[in-house]
Design a protein around this ligand. Sequence first.
Ligand SMILES: *[C@@H]1O[C@H](CO)[C@@H](O)[C@H](O)[C@H]1NC(C)=O
Ligand SMILES: *[C@@H]1O[C@H](CO)[C@@H](O)[C@H](O)[C@H]1NC(C)=O
Ligand SMILES: *[C@@H]1O[C@H](CO)[C@@H](O)[C@H](O)[C@H]1NC(C)=O
Ligand SMILES: *[C@@H]1O[C@H](CO)[C@@H](O)[C@H](O)[C@H]1NC(C)=O
Length: 219
Amino acid sequence: MAPLSRHCLLLIGTLGVLVLNCCTNGQRNSTLIFTKENTIRNCSCSADVRDCDYSLANLMCSCKTVLPFAVEQTSYNGHLTIWFTDMSTLGHLLNFTLVQDLKLSLCSTNTLPTEYLAICGLKRLRINTEAKYSFPEQSLLIHSTVDSDSKEKPVSLHKGWQTCMYISFLDMTLFNRDSSLRSYSVENIASIADNFPDFSYLKTFPVPNNKSYVVTFIY
Ligand SMILES: *[C@@H]1O[C@H](CO)[C@@H](O)[C@H](O)[C@H]1NC(C)=O
Ligand SMILES: *[C@@H]1O[C@H](CO)[C@@H](O)[C@H](O)[C@H]1NC(C)=O
Ligand SMILES: *[C@@H]1O[C@H](CO)[C@@H](O)[C@H](O)[C@H]1NC(C)=O
Ligand SMILES: *[C@@H]1O[C@H](CO)[C@@H](O)[C@H](O)[C@H]1NC(C)=O
């Protein structure tokens, strides 16, 4: 019996060290925002939660309710996951925000209208439409320039939309299809409206002018 309990103590000790390691390593929680029945919940999660499992998120993460009118344009460091059911709330939460690593999960079978979402500084996008199709999660790497100094945040991240150098336009109808994510980027353009005269909707986007930036379409 004695050796067994010593083993147990050793095991508990090891686990303790592991737990300490995990949490002193500066492993940051990720942000999960989900919308359900006109409620917006903003959560900080230490572990991944299965997409669209609202009750599990409420249980496992530290969440607070956000009033829709209190949502401000903001920036997110690290991972941001959004579970959404309709486009207006998603646009409200995400249009013109600065996000580097984004996961969007459509948690309904709604058909989304033709609208575009503008995001600054997007490096990685993951999409899940499990509620609609049994299509596997998709991932897209947008800027590989990130690799050299992945720890360094782009300068633009703290200065807001007007100084954004990497603009991604997300075609929301991509959630209506069970096809692969595609993207194309155009570099060093001075004005979006001049370079894409056919995309008249872009004129409604307040874009920073008078400098070159990289525009990525995701569709
Ligand atoms: C969600 O919480 C994070 C961290 O507390 C904060 O930075 C972010 O602005 C919040 N987002 C919304 C939409 O409330
Ligand atoms: C990290 O997430 C856990 C729940 O998953 C929560 O209890 C904790 O407060 C969060 N930490 C921070 C710094 O938000
Ligand atoms: C984002 O904002 C632009 C410009 O105001 C608007 O045209 C577009 O519909 C918005 N996108 C969404 C998804 O709300
Ligand atoms: C555009 O850039 C030029 C040269 O950098 C600068 O002199 C000018 O003030 C800028 N215009 C605006 C509107 O920012």
